[in-house]
Design a protein around this ligand. Structure first.
Ligand SMILES: C[S@@+](CC[C@H](N)C(=O)[O-])C[C@H]1O[C@@H](n2cnc3c(N)ncnc32)[C@H](O)[C@@H]1O
Length: 371
């Protein structure tokens, strides 16, 4: 494929503009918000850099074909025109996922099968049943327009590679990064998470403040592609970090096991020095000394852990502590339950868009700076 080509960065519905802003700030060309993500244009080094550097992207997909297809024979013919041998390694394992909407081709399984056949014949690849380790190829047919994309990421990008230990309801790192951005946080002030669990929010914040690439500790699907240039990739990875500030992040949780996990995860992420972790209940929470910053917290919500009635007391206590002790701080609260958010008594603005997460729909509620 001749660059520039289209690169699709996936994002949760509603949060695409935050990812577009991140992509623009990182120098990607022509970011455009579309439902479910952001398109940018570029070449292979941009694909690698998007995977390595963008914190809000769920996956980085490479558009390898877009054409109108009115019937399966046409899809078959056009899928064979793609230069699969130049795109994918010989003899790999591939999984084709297709979705059809408002199109004359309506049988997703048959569409996937046509594309799979084109790929396997051109590359000697075999079909994989499971995602694990297989190259994903995505076929989308919408209003008779078929797009075929390769997933360059492999494992989803929220798997940064250093959160080996998780608690009951971990937040995805990509969402933590997008919610930090939604709060207008720029990496220059402290972040406090008083219910930090395995440490996702403070670890993500510490990485941003330290200017570290989120993908520094993991592998990507594109590393096995013929277009991959190990020397250029090594040079990208060797860029020195560009710290935004010396700000320190604070995490606490009443569960000692969670705090131990957070400490181990932070050490693996190489940000242990930027984190202050403590085992404490929210009732004992006090703001760190120094200038105010952001409290971003993801308390338990009924459907996953705990009992909703008990949770009203917990949210009420959290709100009371923040209102009494966190003058000048901004607050971001992530929850699936509006009633619980209101129980904090915090002066929230209207909430952010609904975001699917772990079978629930969560929203970001923002308040402050508190008076
Ligand atoms: C939804 S989890 C947070 C997950 C975290 N964001 C992560 O990614 O791992 C909620 C956390 O609140 C903690 N928690 C519940 N009640 C608490 C309290 N009264 N004080 C402090 N932490 C509490 C739980 O131990 C749990 O780790």
């Amino acid at each position: 494929m001749e660059p520039p080509f289209e690169i699709f960065l996936t994002a949760p519905p509603g949060l695409e503009p935050l990812l577009a802003a991140e992509a623009a700030a990182a120098g990607f060309a022509a970011p455009e918000v579309v439902p479910g993500g952001v398109t940018v244009r570029g070449g292979w080094p941009d694909v690698w850099r998007a995977n390595l550097d963008l914190r809000g992207a769920g996956r980085v997909l490479v558009r390898v074909a877009a054409f109108r297809a009115l019937h399966l024979a046409q899809l078959d013919k056009r899928a064979r025109r793609v230069d699969w041998a130049a795109l994918l390694p010989r003899g790999g394992r591939v999984k084709v996922e297709a979705a059809c909407h408002a199109s004359r081709i309506y049988h997703a399984g048959a569409a996937a099968e046509r594309v799979l056949r084109a790929v396997t014949e051109a590359t000697g690849a075999s079909a994989a049943r499971l995602d694990e380790g297989a190259q994903r190829i995505l076929v989308r047919i919408e209003d008779d327009l078929c797009t075929i994309s390769l997933d360059s990421s492999g494992a989803p990008l929220h798997r940064r590679g250093f959160k080996a230990e998780v608690g009951k309801a971990p937040l995805r790192e990509t969402l933590a990064a997008l919610f930090l951005a939604a709060c207008g946080w720029d990496g220059r002030t402290p972040v406090v998470d008083p219910m930090c669990g395995a440490g996702t929010i403070p670890i993500e914040a510490a990485g941003i403040a330290a200017g570290l690439s989120p993908g520094r500790a993991r592998a990507f699907a594109f590393e096995g592609w013929p277009s991959f240039d190990p020397g250029a990739w090594a040079a990208l990875q060797a860029r020195p970090p560009a710290p935004r500030s010396d700000a320190v992040m604070w995490g606490s949780d009443r569960d000692a096991g969670a705090v131990r996990m957070a400490a181990a995860n932070a050490a693996r992420a190489g940000v242990g020095e930027r984190l202050r972790l403590a085992c404490a209940a929210v009732s004992d929470l006090a703001p760190p000394e120094g200038p105010p910053g952001l409290v971003l917290v993801n308390p338990p919500y009924g459907a996953r852990i705990g009992n909703r009635r008990l949770l009203f007391g917990l949210y009420g206590a959290l709100g009371a502590v923040l209102r009494a002790r966190f003058r000048g701080w901004r607050i971001g609260l992530i929850t699936a339950d509006e009633g619980l958010a209101r129980a904090t008594g915090l002066p929230f603005a209207p909430p952010g868009p609904p975001v699917p997460h772990g079978g629930l729909v969560i929203r970001l509620w923002q308040a402050g700076p508190l008076g």
